[in-house]
Design a protein around this ligand. Structure first.
Ligand SMILES: Nc1ncnc2c1ncn2[C@@H]1O[C@H](COP(=O)(O)OP(=O)(O)OP(=O)(O)O)[C@@H](O)[C@H]1O
Length: 274
């Protein structure tokens, strides 16, 4: 078995079955409303970027969608499946969240940490399925973390930890992959490699939503964008018509010229202070 995702469970073709419909999702913490009736669609077969200024609510939203963080009302459907009608374990078989920080109370090797991604697929009676090791090795290779497999997690650099986090999520074989700033510790080559991998996963049928600060990375690799500000969706849709200079100015308070990349033909954003 490889980390190639499984076919959608309802038997319909990839491209429609795994789209995510987020409807009126809210979140509160510490007496503050962090998300206000957030609604948008994440298409499958494409990589979607979640962008917005610091404090916009991107991490809060990803945690709410995955069930890892608070959610106040609303619904999240993956295809026709209401994700919050599932048990936590069933949801973990379908949804993986790659967070910014690796948290572990135990001294784990990288391979052990990645193998934890298999937990939702293991039964109480037979803890390790025969093909789990293959899935873990494949995930390590695809995330560029194979050479780190024997290292202790706590000794890794930020960029190395980020690759391990991605490998753990791949080992989970999710249908929906949520990533919180998956490139923030990575050098430019590793950033492009990670975004390229996300595109491969999307082409294989995984629905991918990644919070990104780098709007040019989003414009180069993502097909769809959700723009969040002050806990509200300001815009969402295909990248080129959505990321306009006016929207960027209004959302980030900077002047932006949206050019056309001379080689790829995709949007290329040049910034200047207002
Ligand atoms: N437990 C909490 N209690 C009160 N406020 C919180 C809590 N958790 C998050 N917040 C606030 O909610 C807002 C959204 O935080 P969040 O981390 O989701 O933003 P973000 O868009 O991911 O930001 P960044 O780009 O800086 O990572 C911030 O203003 C943050 O301070």
């Amino acid at each position: 078995m490889s980390t190639t995702p499984r076919a959608p469970r309802d038997g319909t073709a990839a491209g429609t079955a795994g789209a995510v419909q987020v409807a009126r999702v809210g979140a509160t913490a510490g007496g503050h409303t962090l998300l206000h009736d957030v609604s948008f669609t994440v298409p499958t077969g494409a990589v979607s970027a979640l962008v917005g200024p610091n404090g916009a609510g991107k991490s809060t939203l990803l945690r709410a969608l995955s069930g890892a963080g608070p959610r106040a009302g609303g619904s999240v459907h993956l295809g026709s499946q209401d994700l919050f009608a599932l048990s936590r374990r069933e949801r973990a078989r379908r949804v993986a969240l790659v967070e910014q920080e690796v948290r572990s109370e135990f001294a784990l090797t990288v391979r052990q940490a990645v193998a934890l991604g298999r937990t939702p697929h293991q039964s109480r009676w037979s803890l390790t399925a025969a093909d789990d090791d293959t899935v873990v090795e494949d995930a390590l290779v695809r995330a560029g973390a194979a050479e780190l497999a024997g290292r202790e997690l706590g000794t890794l650099s930020g960029g190395e930890q980020q690759r391990v986090q991605l490998a753990r999520a791949l080992a989970q074989q999710p249908e929906l992959l949520l990533l919180d700033e998956p490139t923030n510790h990575l050098d430019v080559r590793a950033q492009l490699r990670t975004l390229g991998l996300l595109r491969e996963l999307a082409a294989d049928g995984v629905t991918v939503l990644a919070a990104l600060h780098d709007l040019n990375l989003a414009a180069s690799y993502c097909d769809h964008v959700v723009v969040l500000a002050d806990g509200r969706v300001r815009a969402s849709g295909p990248v080129a018509p959505t990321l306009t200079p006016a929207l960027i100015a209004e959302t980030y308070g900077v002047q932006a010229d949206v050019l056309t990349h001379p080689r790829t033909g995709r949007p290329l954003i040049a910034f200047s202070p207002r």
